[in-house]
Design a protein around this ligand. Structure first.
Ligand SMILES: [Zn+2]
Length: 386
């Protein structure tokens, strides 16, 4: 047997990626079905499948229906071949999960962020990751990576340039975590992570163009265009929380004034609610649930301001869907009417015809699941280019 040339090795890598992709999307599948779907000949498919079986990524799971002749052996991806860590680092909480390679949650931890000073927050974050790693079952690939969604602007090296609501500047979180754990680490903005989470596991499945609006203490947005995350030229896109919606409005930590998030976020709600004696979102949700009129009016007001920003988004992007996520999605029953009315009043009619206004299916888990997905897809791209 001759050693493969560079071209042959490249072709094999590409074909392995094609076969793995077929199995990830469509399993259980037989070798013949993979051959049909991929256009690769049966001998090539058999040899690549054997490599994937030897690599513990694929296994045989008994026989399927025969279309005449011998019953085919079916194949599936081994979800427990490795595990990933997904973290949503919030302004006032840390939420993390250990998931298998299909995104099934194996362990989950949430805690409030005790001290948002970068050093202290980093130690608490590491504690959460260590606890999750300790819960991972033994597996061929172990922990394949750590993904973290953060409430700020992240550069291509995973450095948090600015997180206004945490008051962080220039925190090289990716380098800090990979030095600490010796694992692959991906850092992205929490709204980008949330958009990925909803696209892969939630309300955005099979939607090509969507805008995820993360409404928490601030507002961030993640754009999925033609099924992939759009990040802009340096990775900074999606800061729609700082759209100016009031020309002479309130001053914002970003240096501008009248920013959308000052009128439509959890922070905006809590500011207005403090004069009524409420301290957090949970209290307000239960007051709304018991029908308190003044609280219902507060939520309706937030819904209207959310609708103003979303009408702008709909006019600019003509998306298939806008998904409202993060903490404020819990207030759906009290926001939705005024939000929809406002969008209908303000967005252009042509743009409204097809757009769906959805709420996150994963609730507060969107960014955490998207962060885990960043780690999992990083592993697959390494496998496919190995
Ligand atoms: Zn701002």
């Amino acid at each position: 047997m001759t050693t493969p040339t560079g071209d042959q090795a490249l072709i094999k890598r590409i074909n392995t990626a094609i076969v793995l992709e077929c199995i990830l999307r469509g399993a259980p599948l037989s070798r013949a079905q993979i051959s049909e779907q991929s256009g690769l000949n049966k001998a090539t498919v058999s040899s690549l499948v054997q490599d994937l079986i030897d690599g513990s990524l694929v296994r045989e799971i008994g026989t399927g229906q025969s279309s005449g002749g011998r019953k085919p052996v079916m194949l599936e991806f081994v979800a427990t071949s490795g595990y990933a860590i997904g973290i949503d680092l919030g302004v006032n909480y840390i939420r993390g999960a250990l998931v298998d390679m299909r995104g099934e949650i194996v362990a989950e931890r949430t805690s409030s962020l005790r001290d948002s000073e970068p050093g202290a927050a980093f130690e608490q974050l590491c504690g959460c990751i260590e606890a999750l790693i300790a819960e991972a079952p033994a597996s061929p690939y172990g922990i394949v990576g750590i993904g973290v969604g953060v409430p700020g602007i992240v550069d291509e090296n995973g450095t948090i340039l600015f997180a206004p609501n945490l008051q962080w500047r220039d925190v090289p979180l990716q380098r800090m975590l990979s030095e600490r754990f010796g694992l692959h680490v991906t850092i992205d903005n929490e709204a980008n992570a949330g958009a990925l989470g909803e696209q892969k596991y939630g309300a955005g499945r099979s939607i090509a163009n969507l805008v995820y609006v993360s409404v928490g203490i601030g507002i961030g947005t993640g754009l999925i265009l033609h099924k992939s995350l759009y990040k802009g030229s340096a990775g900074y896109s999606g800061e729609m929380g700082h759209l100016s919606i009031e020309a002479h409005g309130l001053s914002c930590t970003c240096g501008n004034r009248g920013c959308w998030e000052l009128y439509a976020s959890e922070q905006a709600l809590l500011k207005q609610a403090s004069s009524l004696g409420f301290g957090d979102l949970e209290e307000l949700l239960s007051a709304a649930d018991s029908g308190r009129q003044d609280v219902l009016e507060l939520f309706a007001g937030i819904g209207e301001y959310l609708g103003i920003g979303i009408a702008n988004i709909v006019n600019v992007f003509n998306p298939d869907a806008v998904i409202i996520g993060n903490r404020m999605s819990q207030a759906r029953p009290w926001l939705e009417n005024s939000l929809r009315q406002t969008v209908v009043q303000r967005a252009l009619g042509f743009h409204l015809r097809k757009v769906q206004l959805l709420f996150a299916e994963l609730g507060e888990r969107s960014a955490m699941m998207g962060a885990a997905e960043m780690a999992i897809s990083g592993f697959f791209s390494r496998i496919k280019s190995a």
